[in-house]
Design a protein around this ligand. Structure first.
Ligand SMILES: *[C@@H]1O[C@H](CO)[C@@H](O)[C@H](O)[C@H]1NC(C)=O
Ligand SMILES: *[C@@H]1O[C@H](CO)[C@@H](O)[C@H](O)[C@H]1NC(C)=O
Length: 630
C-alpha cells in the first residue's frame, strides 16, 4: 500500500545544495547508480508479477486466488513505488529547486491505474475490412497512430502535458467507440486495468471500462499534481486547490456516469470516498491559505482562523465516515492519516481560539467591541462554563482562563494525533508529517506554559467545540473535455453520421450518369456525405439506377465522402457532358430496424389476443358473461 503515500516519502534528501561544485560529478554518478539499481528492481518485480498473474488466471481454487491477488497487490504497489522513485530521480533537480522551508501536512495522492498492452491491430483491420468494405492495409498508419497514443498515455508525465495526453486519448475513445463498437457487441479484446489501491487486476471487453479507467487516471494525476505543489506561498496553494477540485470533479463524473465497473477503486462507495477526501484536502489548502494571508493579530480574524480549522476537521471527519463503507479496502495508512488529520485540525482550532483570547491582554478596543462580542457569541457550539461571555470579553483575566481551557484541549488533541500517527508503520516513516505534528505540539505546549500561572488553583474547565465556517466553499470542478480538441484518427473512413459501427449499408454500387437533354434528373441534399434527396421519374438518374436515400461516396473514382453539397453539384455540372461515374451506397439500418419493430409489434398483439381468448374461455365456463363484455 505504500504507493498511495509515496510522493511525500520519496523526496530524496538533497545530496548537496551547494550548486555547481566539484561534488556534482560524484552526485551524478551516484544518481546513475541509483537509477540502475531501481531499474533492476523493477525488472525483478515485473517478472514476479507475470508469474503471479499466470497463477491467478490458471487457478480455480478460491483460496489460492485470494492469496495470489494479495501477493499481486504488493508487487504492483512496489512496482509503482519504484517507478515513481525512478521518475523522481529523473526530475530530481527540479525537486531540489522547490524544496521550501515551510512545513505543511502532506496530502494524499493516488497512484495511477496501470494497464496492460492491448493489440487492437487485427480486430480493427477486421472491422475496416468487413464492416466498411475498405482495404485495411490502407489504414495501417491510423491504427499505428492510435496504438502509439494508447502506449503513450500509459505513462503520462505528472504535469499539464500528462493531463492533456490522457484527455486526448479519452476523446479519441469516443470516436473509436462510434467507429468500431456496435451496440451490444464487442471487438473481442480484453482491456486489463489494475486497481489503483490494491493492484488487483480486472478486465472487461467493454470500451467503457477503458474510458472510465482513463478518466480515473485523470483524477489521480490531478491528485499527484495537487500534492506536489509547494504550498508555502499563496500561488502554490491556489494551484493545489484547483488540482484537488478537478480531481474531485473527475471522480464525481466517474461515479455518476460509469457504473458497474469491475474494479473496486471505481465502485460507487470508493469514488464517493475519494470525492470527499479531495474536498477535505481542498479545505486543508484553504485553511493554509487563510493562515498565510491572516497576518494581522486582530481578535476577529484569529477567531476566523480557528473556525476555518474546525471546518477542515468537519470535512475530514466526513471522510472517516464514508471510509467505514469501504473499510476493508482503503489502505490502513490512509485511514490513519485521515484520523491524524482530524485530530490535528481539531487541535489547531483550539490553539487558534486560545491565541485569539489570550494575546489581547488589553481590553478589546472600544470601536469594534460590538463586532468582537458578536464574533465571540457565535464562536462556540455550546456556551462555555464560567463567567458570561460579555464579561469574558471585557476582562483579560477571564479571557486568559477560557483561552487556557482551549489550549488544554489543543494539547490533548495533539497528543492523540501523535498517538494515532505512531500506530501506523507507514506514517511513522513520513518525516514531514512527524515534523509537523511535533512542531505544532510543541507550539501549543509552549503557549500553555506561558499561559499558566502559579496561582491557578482551580481546575481548568473543558472548552466547548468551535463552530466551523469557511471563506471558500470547495467546488467540484467537472472535467472539461473540450480543452483538448482532437480530430478523429479514423476520419478517412468517412463522416461519422453514416460511417459508424451502428449503421449498415450494402455494397458500393457504381452508376454511370449521362446527361440527356438538360438535367440529370436528381436533387441533392446535405453535406458530407451528400444525399440523393429525390430522382425525377423517368429522368436519366432513375434510369441509371439511382434511388432516393442513396449516399454519394465517390465521383469518377475520387473520394467524395467528406464533400460539401456545393462541391458535388459543381462537379456534376462541370463534367456532365462526358458523363460521370457515381459510387453510391444505400443504408439499410432503417429498414431492418423497422422490420424488427413490426415483428415485435405483431408478436405483442398475438400474445394479448391469446391471453384475452383464454380469459374468455375461462369466464364462459363459469357463466360470467359480464366479464366477457368488459
Ligand atoms: C455525466 O455525464 C453528462 C453528459 O455526458 C454530464 O452532463 C454530467 O455532468 C455528468 N455528471 C457529472 C457528475 O459530471
Ligand atoms: C471548456 O474549455 C473550452 C476550451 O478551453 C472553453 O471554451 C469552455 O468555456 C470550457 N467550458 C467550461 C464549462 O468551462
Amino acid at each position: 500500500f505504500q504507493n498511495a503515500l509515496s510522493p511525500p516519502t520519496i523526496y530524496l534528501p538533497p545530496l548537496s545544495l551547494q550548486g555547481c561544485d566539484p561534488c556534482s560529478q560524484t552526485q551524478r554518478s551516484k544518481l546513475q547508480h541509483r537509477r540502475a539499481r531501481i531499474n533492476q528492481q523493477i525488472n525483478k518485480e515485473m517478472r514476479m508479477r507475470a508469474g503471479a498473474e499466470n497463477l491467478f488466471r490458471a487457478t480455480t481454487n478460491n483460496k489460492v486466488k485470494e492469496t495470489v491477488a494479495l501477493e499481486l497487490s504488493f508487487v504492483n504497489s512496489n512496482l509503482q513505488l519504484l517507478k515513481e522513485e525512478l521518475e523522481e530521480l529523473n526530475s530530481n533537480m527540479e525537486v531540489y529547486q522547490t524544496e521550501s522551508e515551510a512545513i505543511n501536512v502532506p496530502m494524499i495522492p493516488l497512484g495511477l491505474k496501470e494497464t496492460k498492452e492491448v493489440d487492437l491491430t487485427v480486430p480493427l483491420k477486421d472491422v475496416i475490412c468487413e464492416h466498411y468494405g475498405e482495404d485495411s492495409s490502407l489504414f495501417e498508419k491510423e491504427i499505428k497512430e492510435f496504438m502509439e497514443l494508447r502506449q503513450a498515455m500509459r505513462t503520462p508525465s505528472r504535469n499539464e502535458a500528462g493531463l492533456e495526453l490522457l484527455v486526448e486519448y479519452y476523446n479519441q475513445l469516443y470516436y473509436l467507440d462510434q467507429r468500431f463498437f456496435p451496440p451490444h457487441r464487442t471487438l473481442g479484446v480484453h482491456f486489463h486495468w489494475y486497481d489503483s489501491l490494491t493492484g488487483v487486476p480486472s478486465c472487461q471487453r467493454a470500451l467503457a471500462f477503458e474510458k472510465g479507467s482513463v478518466l480515473f487516471n485523470v483524477g489521480a494525476l490531478y491528485t499527484q499534481i495537487g500534492a506536489r505543489q509547494d504550498r508555502s506561498a499563496t500561488a502554490g496553494i491556489d494551484r493545489a486547490i484547483d488540482a484537488f477540485q478537478r480531481a474531485a470533479g473527475a471522480f464525481n463524473y466517474l461515479k455518476e456516469n460509469f457504473s458497474n465497473a469491475p474494479s473496486l477503486d471505481m465502485s460507487g462507495p470508493s469514488l464517493c470516498m475519494l470525492v470527499r477526501l479531495m474536498i477535505a484536502q481542498v479545505q486543508e489548502c484553504v485553511f493554509e491559505r487563510v493562515t498565510l494571508t491572516t497576518q494581522d493579530t486582530h481578535f476577529i480574524s484569529q477567531l476566523q482562523v480557528a473556525k476555518e480549522a474546525a471546518r477542515v476537521r468537519g470535512r475530514v471527519c466526513v471522510c472517516t465516515m464514508s471510509q467505514t463503507l469501504v473499510k476493508d479496502y482503503v489502505p490502513f495508512s490512509w485511514a490513519s492519516m485521515v484520523q491524524v488529520k482530524a485530530e490535528h485540525f481539531r487541535a489547531l482550532s483550539h490553539y487558534n481560539a486560545a491565541v485569539a483570547l489570550c494575546d489581547h491582554t488589553q481590553s478589546i478596543k472600544e470601536e469594534d467591541d460590538e463586532e468582537s462580542a458578536k464574533a465571540l457569541f457565535q464562536f462556540h457550539v455550546s456556551t462555555p462554563a464560567g463567567p458570561p461571555l460579555s464579561q469574558v470579553l471585557r476582562d483579560p483575566e477571564d479571557r486568559r482562563k477560557l483561552g487556557k481551557a482551549h489550549l488544554r484541549c489543543a494539547v490533548i488533541r495533539h497528543e492523540e494525533a501523535m498517538r494515532v500517527h505512531g500506530l501506523c508503520k507507514i506514517l511513522r516513516k513520513m518525516d514531514i508529517l512527524q515534523e509537523v505534528l511535533s512542531f505544532m505540539y510543541k507550539r501549543s505546549l509552549d503557549k500553555y506554559s506561558e499561559m499558566d500561572r502559579e496561582d491557578d488553583f482551580d481546575e481548568t474547565a473543558e472548552a466547548p467545540e468551535i463552530h466551523s465556517q469557511t471563506q471558500h466553499k470547495p467546488d467540484i470542478t467537472p472535467p472539461n473535455f473540450s480543452t483538448v480538441p482532437v480530430t478523429d484518427i479514423f476520419q478517412r473512413l468517412g463522416p461519422l453520421s453514416v460511417f459508424c459501427a451502428r449503421a449498415r449499408w450494402g455494397p458500393v454500387r457504381v452508376v454511370s450518369l449521362q446527361r440527356g437533354d438538360g438535367s440529370l434528373g436528381l436533387t441533392l441534399r446535405g453535406d458530407s456525405p451528400v444525399l440523393v434527396a429525390g430522382v425525377v421519374p423517368g429522368g436519366c438518374a432513375q434510369e441509371a439506377g439511382l434511388r432516393e436515400g442513396d449516399y454519394i461516396v465517390a465521383v469518377d473514382g475520387e473520394d467524395f465522402k467528406w464533400a460539401k453539397h456545393g462541391e458535388v453539384v459543381h462537379t456534376l455540372k462541370s463534367c456532365s457532358n462526358r458523363g460521370v461515374q457515381l459510387s453510391i451506397i444505400t443504408l439499410h439500418t432503417h429498414d431492418t430496424q423497422v422490420g424488427a419493430r413490426v415483428v415485435v409489434f405483431v408478436l405483442g398483439c398475438v400474445c394479448v389476443c391469446v391471453c384475452y381468448i383464454s380469459m374468455c374461455v375461462r369466464a364462459l365456463q363459469r357463466n360470467h358473461f359480464i366479464c366477457i363484455c368488459s
